[in-house]
Design a protein around this ligand. Structure first.
Ligand SMILES: Cc1cc2nc3c(=O)[nH]c(=O)nc-3n(C[C@H](O)[C@H](O)[C@H](O)COP(=O)(O)OP(=O)(O)OC[C@H]3O[C@@H](n4cnc5c(N)ncnc54)[C@H](O)[C@@H]3O)c2cc1C
Length: 214
């Protein structure tokens, strides 16, 4: 068991047996998810923006144009709530009421800060490429000075977080098990299709693209 990231704000109330506050469990969910949704309050209204995240140790990273509303506000110290969801299956119960989904999700609260140290920023951007496609960073041209200046990188400590995980089949009311209705789970996962080589590229498809998986 690693550190617990439970706080009053991250305590799951409904079906608390599905919750986990274990840092390693939360890290694994964050690492598998390609994207997150980051929420913040702007002029008294909530805004939720999809974006790429990645993790290095106990920090979550975001990047983009310094003009991005999300990044601009988070850089200015606006608190955020970041959510990722991995959808593992559709749970078909006998009753409409007991239909559900299998999932692993994580919620992280905090305040981000700009990564301004050049070396740390380069390391972080390298980790971003690895997050999206493990093995790719050694092949790509690293960012030049102009690209570095045009990219804002923020980091958020993962100190206040929760995970929630549902697994298994449907749970029906006892009297419904006798009904002649198919019940079970339709598993779902992210499956890459065949890579499509760019028209101006004459290279072989690398192993990490040919066998992409998370
Ligand atoms: C794919 C998917 C589909 C879902 N569909 C439904 C639905 O249709 N109806 C429904 O009521 N619920 C649904 N849920 C569950 C939902 O996310 C909440 O867990 C649920 O609303 C109960 O929240 P709560 O009242 O316990 O917590 P809240 O009071 O809403 O939140 C308290 C804290 O608990 C933690 N928390 C709550 N939910 C999650 C979570 N999913 N993952 C990680 N941390 C969490 C957060 O830190 C949050 O700040 C779904 C979840 C997923 C991932």
């Amino acid at each position: 068991m690693s550190a617990s990231l439970q706080t009053p704000a991250t305590t799951v109330r409904r079906l608390p047996q599905r919750a986990s506050y274990d840092a390693e469990t939360i890290h694994r969910i964050l690492d598998e998810a390609l994207i997150c949704h980051a929420g913040f309050v702007l002029h008294d209204r909530p805004v939720v923006i999809p974006t790429i995240h990645w993790r290095d140790g106990d920090r979550l990273y975001f990047h983009g144009s310094p003009a991005s509303g999300l990044l601009r506000n988070l850089r200015n110290g606006v608190q955020t709530c970041v959510t990722v969801t991995l959808l593992d299956g559709l749970v078909m119960a006998r009753s409409a009421f007991h239909h559900s989904m299998n999932y692993r999700s994580a919620v992280v609260f905090g305040t981000a800060a700009e990564v301004s140290d050049r070396e740390e920023k380069l390391r972080a951007l390298d980790a971003l490429v690895e997050h999206v496609c493990r093995g790719r960073s050694k092949d790509v041209r690293p960012p030049n000075e102009v690209e570095l200046r045009q990219t804002l990188v923020l980091s958020l400590p993962i100190t206040e977080a929760s995970a929630k995980i549902r697994t298994g089949g449907p749970v029906d009311d006892e009297e419904d098990y006798a009904l002649p209705i198919w019940a079970g789970v339709i598993p779902l996962n992210l499956t890459p299709a065949e890579p499509v080589t760019d028209a101006r590229c004459s290279m072989e498809v690398p192993e990490y693209a040919a066998r992409y998986g998370r």
